[in-house]
Every structure is written in structure tokens, then in C-alpha cells.
Design a protein around this ligand. Structure first.
Ligand code: FES
Ligand SMILES: [Fe+2]
Length: 362
């Protein structure tokens, strides 16, 4: 592909958020012991809590009386939440249902937004839009539902001070592992990958195969005694607008990928603001090789640590630096495109179409 020709000019980090979509508010275990999840999601303050009947409720985290966060409040036995400042009580639809003060009248303005919320794949998903919420559209992360012994890694999260689209770009173009993650997730062989991109239903699927290369450290440690040269495969599934599931690992040269060993690596991105993103991640191992329980435990732990390091110390600062450069630059920057960008180009086109459709009347 030639360098940017101006025909695809678009803002790299602007654009309204897609409201009619499921976003991950947090891990379900964040609600343990009666705790709240409190996060700004696509710019809106949201509080999520579990009620006595076991279900989850997601509401605007801002009392309309004097703007106290309801996350400082109390969940009552009847499932309502009570503001701790002056005691107004809201039900799960966001209506104020009790004013404890003299007369008890409730102004019509005393209501807050409520959001459909669903627990699935150890995550709490919230729907921020005005169109009908369809739980069948929740991104499929069933690979993490029921891991076997030593297969799972920690449920983790970092925040990156950048627009979520820059992080999707990063994950759809894993050629960067040869540079940014050299010695952990990538090596020199990673630049030799053949890349294909296709649509799979509503998803975008990018595959990369570097054949006959040295094992990268992340997967080499999962396969003691691996051959000197292996196939390194990466299949990246983008599920709109901001979730990705990766199937990555090593296999013998020319052998099917499912005979190899590696991880399902999940990435759930939730925009906080236009310039910050919650980045949730975990992983599940597949094709585990014979080894002692102690070795399995060590690898299980190392995968979690290595991935966190890669995202927090290697990807995060680079993506934040990109964001700062864009902030200081004219808005009509058009990237120089290389053949490694096939996936990101398709993503940018798809997300632009989605943004337009999202703003159409319900
Ligand atoms: S701010 Fe919530 S009741 Fe006054
Ligand atoms: Fe990376």
C-alpha cells in the first residue's frame, strides 16, 4: 500500500462514542463483599452493585439533588440505593421513590439513568444506549468461563490514558511485538508473519503466521523441549466496538494450530473518556504440555505477570505518547499505511460506519 493519500482522512481519536453497545464495567468479583463498581463509561459516571436477590443493577452515579455519588450510598434490602448525603432513595429503574424529609414530595427531576446490566464470562456488561439492549450481542468470551486446573490467569485491569481506538489499532497489528515486546511476546522472527484479514459475521479476524521461526519467550516457556524452529500463530478477533479475543501460540512447523500450545488472550476495552480507557485482560492456556504441578503453577503465574508488564510498561506508555502527539497535531493526520496495517484499516472503516449508524434515531 502507498503512503497516506488523503482519501481515507479521518480523525484518529475523535468521534462520538458508540452508545448502543455492551461495555465491560468490571469483573464480577469486584462486587464481592457488597462492594460497588464505580467507573466513568463513555464519559458517564456509572455505579454497579449487587442487590440481596443476587442480581446486578447499574445506575448513573450522580444524585440529582446535589450531585453526590450514589456509590457513597447504601444498598437497601429492597434493592434500592440510598444517597448518603440527604437520604433520597432510588429504585433499579433510576426513579427516586422516597424522600425521607418532611412532606416527602418527590420532584419529577429526581431520577437518574439506569443501564441494562448482565453478568457473563466473569464480567459485568452494561448497555449505554437508547436502543433495545440485546444480550446475544455481548462479546463472546466463553473461553474463560470454565478453565481447567492451572489454565487461567488473574482477572486484571490497567488504565491507559489514550483513546480506545489507539489500543484496538495496537492489538489488530501485532507486528509491534517484534519491537515493543522483544524478549517477551515477540522476537525478530515476528516480522516475517503472513497476514490475512477477513470478516466473520460481525467480527473482524486478523491472522498472522510466522513459520519456521524461533519460539517467543511467552509461549516457549509453555513448551519445554520445543523444536529450535516452530510456527508462531496469532489469530485476533475484534468484536465491536472495543473487545478482542486472541488465539496465540506455537506449533510444529506445518502442523495444525490446535496441536500447538498457547493462550486465549482476552482484551476488553472500555472507554472512560475520549482520552482514557479501562483495559481489562485475562488469559486461558490451551494445549498444555506434560509437566509437574509446580511447573504449571509457575507458568500460570508468569503468563499473568508477563502480560501485565507488556501492557502496562511496554504498550501503555507508547500508546499514551501517541495520544499526546495526536493532541498536539493537526486533526487531519492520515497515517502512512504499510501492509501490516490491513486489520487496522478495516477496523477504522467499520467503526466509522458504526458511529454513523449509532447516531441514527432509535
Ligand atoms: S445529594 Fe443525594 S440526597 Fe442530597
Ligand atoms: Fe502490545
Amino acid at each position: 500500500m502507498s503512503a497516506g493519500n488523503g482519501s481515507t482522512k479521518q480523525s484518529l481519536v475523535e468521534g462520538k462514542f458508540i452508545r448502543n453497545a455492551w461495555y465491560m464495567a468490571g469483573w464480577t468479583n469486584e462486587l464481592d463483599d457488597g462492594k460497588f463498581i464505580t467507573r466513568r463509561i463513555i464519559g458517564e459516571p456509572v455505579v454497579v452493585f449487587r442487590t440481596k436477590d443476587g442480581s446486578v443493577t447499574a445506575l448513573e452515579d450522580r444524585c440529582p439533588h446535589r450531585w453526590a455519588p450514589l456509590s457513597l450510598g447504601t444498598v437497601l434490602d429492597n434493592g434500592n440505593i440510598q444517597c448518603t448525603y440527604h437520604g433520597l432513595e432510588y429504585d433499579r429503574t433510576g426513579m427516586c421513590v422516597n424522600n425521607p424529609h418532611r412532606g416527602g414530595s418527590i420532584p419529577h427531576t429526581a431520577k437518574i439513568a439506569s443501564y441494562p446490566a448482565v453478568e457473563r464470562h466473569h464480567c459485568v456488561w452494561v448497555w449505554m444506549g437508547d436502543k433495545q439492549a440485546d444480550p446475544s450481542k455481548i462479546p463472546d468470551f466463553s473461553v474463560i468461563d470454565n478453565p481447567g486446573p492451572f489454565e487461567d490467569t488473574a482477572f486484571d485491569m490497567i488504565t491507559i490514558d489514550a483513546n480506545y481506538k489507539l489500543i484496538v489499532d495496537n492489538l489488530l497489528d501485532l507486528s509491534h511485538v517484534a519491537y515493543l515486546h522483544v524478549g517477551t511476546l515477540g522476537n525478530a522472527g515476528s516480522t516475517t508473519a503472513d497476514i490475512t484479514v477477513k470478516e466473520d459475521g460481525d467480527d473482524l479476524l486478523v491472522t498472522r503466521l510466522a513459520s519456521g521461526v524461533e519460539a517467543v519467550a511467552m509461549h516457549g516457556m509453555q513448551w519445554p523441549g520445543h523444536p529450535a524452529k516452530v510456527d508462531h500463530f496469532q489469530e485476533i478477533r475484534w468484536m465491536a466496538p472495543s473487545c478482542l479475543n486472541l488465539y496465540v501460540g506455537l506449533t510444529e512447523i506445518g502442523k495444525p494450530w490446535d496441536q500447538g500450545t498457547g493462550i486465549w488472550a482476552t482484551h476488553m476495552l472500555t472507554p472512560e473518556t475520549e482520552h482514557s480507557t479501562f483495559y481489562f485482560f485475562t488469559a486461558v492456556r490451551f494445549g498444555m504440555r506434560e509437566m509437574s504441578e509446580e511447573q504449571h503453577k509457575e507458568i500460570q503465574h508468569k503468563i499473568g505477570v508477563m502480560r501485565r508488564y507488556a501492557f502496562e510498561v511496554e504498550d501503555g506508555p507508547m500508546i499514551e505518547a501517541q495520544q499526546r502527539v495526536l493532541d498536539a497535531s493537526p486533526r487531519n493526520l492520515d497515517p502512512s499505511k504499510l501492509n501490516i496495517d490491513l486489520g487496522t484499516v478495516r477496523f477504522r472503516r467499520a467503526i466509522t460506519r458504526m458511529e454513523e449508524a449509532d447516531q441514527a434515531p432509535a
